[in-house]
Every structure is written in structure tokens, then in C-alpha cells.
Design a protein around this ligand. Structure first.
Ligand SMILES: Nc1ncnc2c1ncn2[C@@H]1O[C@H](COP(=O)(O)OP(=O)(O)OP(=O)(O)O)[C@@H](O)[C@H]1O
Length: 607
């Protein structure tokens, strides 16, 4: 038997175009051919199970072999094979027209990098690395004649009879000169590891099975132990610490998706790693760029998603609008929120002890996805400076009595650095106020979100005002000093400070409060932070000098002493008291610090 023919497709010379398009990604030919081989074995299995094939299935297997001398790569399987007629139908028509369609579709596409690696070019991709491809195949059907097909990538092909005893297909690639790298063992091994690690049929290369045909995401959660999940994580990320928790995804309606998502242990925000989720389609690795499939905030998770329903052969903008992708997004978000809620409810201790790792993630999710916010608002934790955790509801109840101001607003106090703001934290605690620890990068955004979402609540940093004013009440404290005394005290301090950006005010506080307190108003600080981070179109704010409020405590004995001191000593003591306040704010440095130290020594020396 010998038949020569011409493949009837309209596009001339698709081969050079495809070769050029996928230049950087030639390696996917192996993924495509091995997947086809796996599909053929799976079909054999299915036919056998429905009784359409009654021969012996044997051990289904795919092999990859390199022959350096003959310059060939052979992919063999014991799947269903093809008859000569089927080759004509499936290879000449389907494979070639698929390739032609691909070229038509993307010939004019502006962004070619997007399609690379995402489009299964199928059988035709063999021509990216081979100058000639042979198929030797024998169908599973009774008395089927083995056949050989050969083609050089042009539209000309030849089919002849062949000698093949066993059922199945060998695809033989005669490797082109410019693709010799694919005759190297190490190169092939790397490609197989990348794309074929979890194919459902054993894949043999150089005497070894290179894949795990039954990865745990294909099993039922009930069959699996914690160890199984942890071991699989290790298999995926050999150098990572054990994960915190995981979610086993499993849906088949209205779309098909399986997978396992892990919550990694995060040491600090700088370590956050994206692109740790791998996307598979029927156990074939597709990509680790899941940006458009998984909501942005979930990219911090690690693991596997396997779905044949994610369209891989379309451009990104289309992917974002794809209905299945949207549903997948919603589904995964919901699953993640439910899992967190579950742990929170069942095991609050574990939940709290994991908060350092999951807190960033939960806050990020709440900020970026309203649906996630709605679920997470019940379990998001607020940690205070004593290390205690409360949910939003619990916290509201906790501070209601003591931290509601005269306008019926709750004022939540927070510190961004409990060490540096220690004096203020302590002053607040002395009033029995609670102080939250909101000290991560994401917290500055989270504070805004809380104010927006939690009714009748504002947040103030502990050093935004003097403690009496943090939570405004109607009560007025009695002042030991009369108005004239207050006025002259104010003058003394203004002269001692001699800085127009410091607004001095004399106020009656408790005698136990500090004599001088320096604060940077909340509004001012937030504006400056925002402009520093490049947001809000307020770049000019960052250049403004900090405008501080300096509060002089009229009821503190030191200030009374200043008023009564010798004329030429007044300013010196006032400056000393002011410098002490600067010092507690970490604001004293350079020549001011040197002068302060010198003055302090003089003072002690005189005592
Ligand atoms: N090893 C094989 N054994 C049996 N049939 C095969 C084999 N390889 C390819 N075929 C047949 O050739 C057809 C075309 O293959 P091709 O890889 O181009 O497209 P596909 O597998 O249908 O789609 P995809 O683009 O997802 O790969 C297959 O559908 C299959 O019927």
C-alpha cells in the first residue's frame, strides 16, 4: 500500500509561521505529543470499560526515547492506535486544520507573547522541532492493518503500510538541525518534569517512570490524611516550610475544577510570592501564570488548579470576561472564605496563632473583594498591644463604654510602632483605653477600610492628639493656672522652641500626664503618608514640613515651676522639657540632641 496526497487546507506554508510564532516556546511539542499519547491510552481504557474493546488492555504506558545517532525522538503509546483512514481524518484534517486556524487567528495578533505556551497546537507542534515526522500505528480494532504516515510539515504527505505487532502509536520526530538541544537527555527530562509530572498514565523515559499518575487532587478528601496533603506540598515546593492549611477544591457543575490550594507560612510581607499556583488541564501542566484565572489576592496561595474549562487558547482580555473564569473566581473566593471561617469557628486557638501568616492575606482579600469582605468581617482579627485578639464585633463591644466620644462615635486607637510610640501607648492605657497594633504595610489601607465599613467608628493613631483629646468628651478640666499665667507660659515655650511649624497650646491636663506633649494630627499624617506613597495626587504634601502640635500641661508642677523660675532660667527649662518630649517621640537628633545632652549635664552638675 502506498498513497501520496495533498492536505487540503487553505493556508499555504503555515509551518514557517508557526515556527516563528512559537519560537521561544518550542518545548511544548513534547507536552502536546505526550498528552496525545496519554489520551490514546485513556480512550483504550474507556472503550474497554464499555465493552467496545475486548482485547487485553495490558499495562497502559507512554514512553519517550531519544536516539542521538539517528537524531530522533520517539513518543510511543499502547493506546487505541489509528487506521490509515483515521490518520487521514485525524492528522491530515483535524491536526492540520487546527494549526491553520491557529495561524489565521493569531497572524495579526499584536501581543504574541500571550499565546505562547497557552495554545495547544496539538500534533502539528511536532514540526517546531522536526524536519520530518513519522507516525507508525496499529489500531486496536480487530485485524487492523498497521500504517506509516510521513510528512515534512508541508502539505504533502505519504501513507504506506508498516510492520507493527502491538496496538498503539509511535510518533517519530526527525529532529531539525536548529533543534538539536532536544536530543539531550537533560533537556527532555526537564521538559517532562515541567509538563508531565502528574499525567494520569505512567510515562517512561530512560528506564524510569517520571510522573506520579495519581496526584492527590484527583482523589476524594475522605481518602486522604493530613500527611498526604503535607507530602504533596513538599513534592511541589521542596524548600518551603509546611503549609498552614489547605483547601481541596472539587466541583463538576457548572464547571469542572479540582485542585488543592495551600495557605503558605508567610514570614514577612516581602517574602510574599506570587505565581505559586500551577494551572493544569486534565493533569497536564499548562502554566503558572494564573493571574486572570484566580483573583489577585488569592495569588498568595500555593497549589494546583486543574480545570479543562479554562479557555487557554484565547487572549487575556477575553479570559477576564470569560463566564467560566468569573464563576471559577467566585467559587474559589467563597471556598477560601468558608475554610477560614471554619477554622475560626472550630479552632480559634489555631486561628489566632496563625494570624501572623494569614492576617495579611485576609486583609488584602477584604480590601480587594467586596464579597470576601462580607464573609471575612466576621472572622478578621484585631490584635491589641497586649497580644489579645478580637473580631470587629467583639471589639466594638469591648470599647463601647470607654471609647465613645461626645458625638457617639467610637474611637479606635492604634499604634504603628509600639516601641517608638511607647509614651503615647502608655498614656492611653493609663486611661484604660485599648490600643490596636496596626503595624504592617497593608494596615494603612485596612484602617481606611474599617472606617468606611464599620459604622460610627473612627481610627486615630495614639500620638495623633494628647490623650485627653483622643476621645473628645464634654468635660472640661480645671486649670491651676489663670489665663494670664497660661498666656505667659505659652510665650516662654514659643521662644524656647523658636520653630514656626510647632503650634504651642497650654491646656489643663491631669497632673500625672507629661508636662509637654508633641502630636502630629491624624489627618495631616495620613495625607503625608499618602503623598509619600505616591497616591491621591497630593505629591506636594510630602514636601511640607511636619506641622506638630505642642501641648503644655497647665496642671503639671514643672510648668508652674517654669513660671516661678528666675527670668533668665525660664526659657532654658522650657527648652529642656520640650527636648524631653521630642526625645520620647524619637524626634531629637543632630545638633539639637548634642545641645540637649550638654544642657542636661549642666543641670545635674548644678544640683
Ligand atoms: N498517539 C495518538 N494515538 C491515537 N490518536 C492520535 C494520537 N495522536 C493524535 N491522535 C489523533 O489525532 C487527532 C489530532 O491531534 P491533535 O493533537 O492535533 O489535536 P487534539 O488532540 O484533538 O487537540 P489538542 O489541540 O488539544 O491537542 C487527535 O484528536 C487524535 O484523534
Amino acid at each position: 500500500m502506498e498513497e501520496r496526497g495533498s492536505i487540503s487546507i487553505h493556508t499555504e506554508n503555515i509551518f514557517p509561521i508557526i515556527k516563528k510564532f512559537l519560537y521561544s516556546d518550542h518545548e511544548i511539542f513534547l507536552r502536546e505529543l505526550v498528552s496525545n499519547a496519554v489520551d490514546a491510552t485513556q480512550k483504550a481504557k474507556r472503550l474497554s470499560s464499555v465493552g467496545e474493546f475486548d482485547g487485553d488492555l495490558g499495562d497502559l504506558k507512554v514512553s519517550v526515547a531519544i536516539d542521538k545517532e539517528a537524531r530522533t525522538i520517539t513518543i510511543s503509546d499502547n493506546g487505541i492506535g489509528m487506521t490509515a483512514e483515521e490518520i487521514k481524518k485525524y492528522i491530515n484534517q483535524i491536526a492540520f486544520s487546527g494549526a491553520a486556524e491557529f495561524v489565521e487567528r493569531f497572524k495579526d495578533s499584536g501581543d504574541k507573547s500571550q499565546i505562547i505556551g497557552q495554545f495547544g497546537l496539538g500534533f502539528y507542534s511536532a514540526f517546531m522541532v522536526a524536519e520530518r515526522v513519522e507516525i507508525v500505528t496499529k489500531s486496536f480494532q480487530k485485524d487492523a492493518e498497521p500504517a506509516r504516515w510521513t510528512c515534512d510539515g508541508s502539505t504533502e504527505f505519504a501513507i504506506t503500510s508498516a510492520a507493527k505487532e502491538e496496538r498503539g502509536t509511535n510518533v517519530i520526530l526527525h529532529v531539525a538541525q536548529d533543534s538539536e538541544e532536544f536530543l539531550e537527555t537533560a533537556r527532555i527530562k526537564t521538559i517532562l518534569d515541567k509538563y508531565c509530572k502528574f499525567l494520569p498514565v505512567p510515562v517512561e523515559f530512560e528506564g524510569q517512570i517520571i510522573n506520579n499518575p495519581n496526584p492527590i487532587w484527583t482523589k476524594q478528601p475522605a481518602e486522604l490524611t493530613d500527611e498526604d496533603y503535607k507530602n504533596f506540598y513538599k513534592e511541589l515546593y521542596p524548600f518551603s516550610e509546611a503549609p498552614l492549611f489547605w483547601i481541596h477544591l472539587n466541583v463538576d457543575y457548572p464547571f469542572n475544577l479540582t485542585g488543592i490550594l495551600y495557605f503558605p507560612k508567610i514570614k514577612n510581607e516581602l517574602e510574599l510570592q506570587r505565581n505559586k499556583i500551577q494551572l493544569y488541564s486534565r493533569q497536564v501542566f499548562i502554566t503558572d501564570e494564573v493571574k486572570d484565572v484566580v483573583p489577585e489576592f488569592l495569588m498568595l496561595l500555593h497549589g494546583i488548579i486543574d480545570s479543562p474549562d479554562i479557555p487557554l487558547n484565547v487572549s487575556r482580555s477575553f479570559l477576564q470576561a470569560d463566564a467560566n473564569v468569573k464563576k471559577i473566581n467566585t467559587y474559589i473566593t467563597k471556598k477560601v472564605a468558608d475554610k477560614l471561617n471554619d477554622i475560626y469557628k472550630k479552632d480559634r486557638t489555631t486561628f489566632e496563632s496563625s494570624w501572623d501568616d494569614i492576617g495579611v492575606f485576609v486583609k488584602y482579600g477584604m480590601l480587594s473583594d467586596d464579597k470576601f469582605y462580607e464573609k471575612a468581617k466576621d472572622f478578621v482579627l484585631l490584635q491589641n498591644t497586649t497580644g489579645k485578639y478580637n473580631t470587629i464585633e467583639e471589639y466594638k463591644a469591648l470599647v463601647q463604654a470607654n471609647q465613645t466620644d461626645k458625638n457617639d462615635q467610637q474611637v479606635w486607637l492604634y499604634t504603628t510602632d509600639a516601641e517608638k510610640q511607647h509614651a503615647y501607648v502608655e498614656a492611653a492605657q493609663n486611661r484604660s483605653y485599648d490600643v490596636l497594633k496596626l503595624d504592617t504595610v497593608i494596615d494603612s489601607h485596612f484602617i481606611g477600610l474599617l472606617e468606611q465599613k464599620v459604622e460610627k467608628t473612627t481610627l486615630k493613631r495614639v500620638d495623633a492628639e494628647i490623650v485627653d483629646k483622643l476621645i473628645e468628651r464634654d468635660e472640661v478640666k480645671e486649670s491651676v493656672l489663670n489665663d494670664t499665667e497660661k498666656e505667659s507660659l505659652k510665650k516662654i515655650f514659643e521662644q524656647a522652641i523658636a520653630n514656626q511649624h510647632m503650634t504651642v497650646e497650654v491646656t489643663a491636663l491631669s497632673p500625672d500626664d507629661a508636662p509637654v506633649i508633641i502630636t502630629l494630627p491624624e489627618f495631616m499624617r495620613r495625607m503625608k503618608d499618602m503623598s509619600r506613597n505616591g497616591g491621591g495626587g497630593m505629591m506636594f504634601m510630602g514636601d511640607l514640613p511636619d506641622a506638630y502640635n505642642v501641648t503644655i500641661n497647665a496642671n503639671h508642677s514643672l510648668n508652674q515651676r517654669i513660671l516661678n523660675a528666675k527670668e533668665d532660667n525660664k526659657e532654658r527649662i522650657a527648652r529642656q522639657a520640650f527636648d524631653l518630649a521630642l526625645l520620647s517621640q524619637n524626634l531629637l537628633s543632630g545638633s539639637a540632641l548634642t545641645a540637649f545632652v550638654k544642657r542636661s549635664v549642666d543641670l545635674i552638675d548644678k544640683e
